[in-house]
Design a binder for this molecule. Sequence first.
Ligand code: C5P
Length: 307
Amino acid sequence: MSPAITVRAPGKVNVQLSVGRVRDDGYHPLASVFHAVELVEEVTVGVGEPGSGIVIAEVSGLQAAEVPRDASNLAWRAVELVAGELGVAPDAWIRIAKGVPVAGGMAGGSADGAAALVACNELWGGSLDRPALAALALELGSDVPFSLLGGTALGLGRGERLSPLMVRGSFHWVFATASAGLSTAAVYRTFDRLVADRAVAEPAVDPAVVAALRAGDPAALGRALRNDLQEPALALRPTLADVLEAGRSAGALGALVSGSGPTCAFLAADAAAATRVAGTVAGLEQVRSTHVTSGPAPGARVVARHG
Ligand code: C5P
């Protein structure tokens, strides 16, 4: 095998997502509390033959058939960015093993981008420091800087001005995926339409969320969960309301749409309660798959070196 590096990067749920009115550059100002979970992507990048260009050699795992294998894949674009920055030819192959739902509001594509940035930097000499990688990450997408960092963090701006938050212990989560994804841009456009005639507050972090994380108190966090993109996601996919309600009835401490959706996230008191919630929501026809996991999880990090 040619020299290659495998990097693992986590998916996420926003335990708070406070969204302000759209800015002149088309993005929305956020106060986002990102929480990385142990549903992970594993991306391997290897040195290709000179002149081979970028090849996505294999995608395996969760919903692999739906992952693009061209330049629209964030891992591909990450290879281009790092090669450009380091002045090396972008001759590389990529393998992706997926554990995060595709187009689900859990930043699976962002995790691939973050993992590929770290892998390429290692493969080609490691001269980019974390701030340089974070700048490239933001070029790939608003959620990619958090995929690099991991853990639990407050994100301001587009989500890239990150400050780690203290968390005691871990939280137990269930994620329920839908059979068709939602476009993040379409959810934000629907947000704009819904708030057109309303006052919109400046996005701000909720002290109750920060306190619940710090105390390791799942009941308090369950009560404080809030996502301003939930209303537009439900407007586009009304059947998600029944999924959220089913999880609550099955004992979830809190339920919300993950990011821009359509994946639904349920916070449970412990692993046994999470298994019960998953068993109930798995029976709904609008649910494609359920995943029991925990957070916080670490950010993008090297897990294997080959060749
Ligand atoms: O940054 P990213 O490419 O992931 O964003 C996808 C789309 O989501 C953007 O083109 C924009 O329409 C919307 N978005 C937004 N405000 C943000 C983040 C994303 O309007 N803070």
